[in-house]
Design a protein around this ligand. Sequence first.
Ligand SMILES: Nc1ncnc2c1ncn2[C@@H]1O[C@H](COP(=O)(O)OP(=O)(O)O)[C@@H](O)[C@H]1O
Ligand SMILES: [Mg+2]
Length: 272
Amino acid sequence: MTVNQAGRRMLVAAALVAGCALGASAQTTLSLEEKAQFLRTARITSSKDIPKGVTRPIRLTLTDGTLTHDAAFSAVDEHTAILKFKDGRTELDFVDSYKYTLAAYQLAAMLGIDDMMPVTVEREVDHHKGSLAWWVDDVKWDEGERLKLKLQPPDPEAWNRQMYRMRLFAQLIADTDRNTGNMLITSDWKLWMIDFTRAFRRSRKLLVPGEVARCDRALLDRLRALTKDEVAAKTKPFIGGAEIAALMARRDAILVLVDKLVADNGEAKVLY
Ligand SMILES: Nc1ncnc2c1ncn2[C@@H]1O[C@H](COP(=O)(O)OP(=O)(O)O)[C@@H](O)[C@H]1O
Ligand SMILES: [Mg+2]
């Protein structure tokens, strides 16, 4: 791998001298590309089921001989003409696919919010292609658990800003499954978005426009600058023309909505 081996050896040596195993803090010193490379190439040493969740991704342990870290692997790729949910709702051309998680990660990178997602790459495991995501260590709660425990973030404004970034992204990609189990919170109160297998619906309208109430300025700039061709190039082959056309229409709808919010309420209430 391309990681600076000598540097890592020094880290290992330092950890051993300190009498502890290579910890999460040392692991997070890897760059995003180094993490991606590790996920693509490190040897898989064990696998276990994840007790939570619906589509049952598996938790793998990987090692490159120096670094050992876990990752979540999902190979779900279901296409159903008409799916009837337990609550009576139906969805036509229902798709549940690991490819959408990969497309979401690429798109998040284009928008500068990929620090809200674990690094995710495509990899083949046991002859199945799937998404492989860096395991987020130090998760304290998912959002469902936080709400149940009625825990308040220490810095509500910082927390809300993360939430509004996530909500805008969910509307952009028409994510039908942004449930509280797909929002992980680490001890530093950082919000992590995972699991986008039910996104990229073909709706040209926003699923829940009310979710876009405030907007990060840097994210808004990137959103305005997004082009169809660039999206197509970066998300290939995980999403195609129909998904991208709908995505760009929703992008336009978000821009109109944010501009209107600013005109009605003033920039200070909407943008941050
Ligand atoms: N990269 C990850 N880091 C930490 N925990 C994860 C990661 N991926 C999944 N999990 C845990 O596994 C659960 C199920 O994974 P998820 O990808 O949401 O699949 P499902 O389709 O089953 O909902 C999550 O709610 C979370 O608790
Ligand atoms: Mg999930």
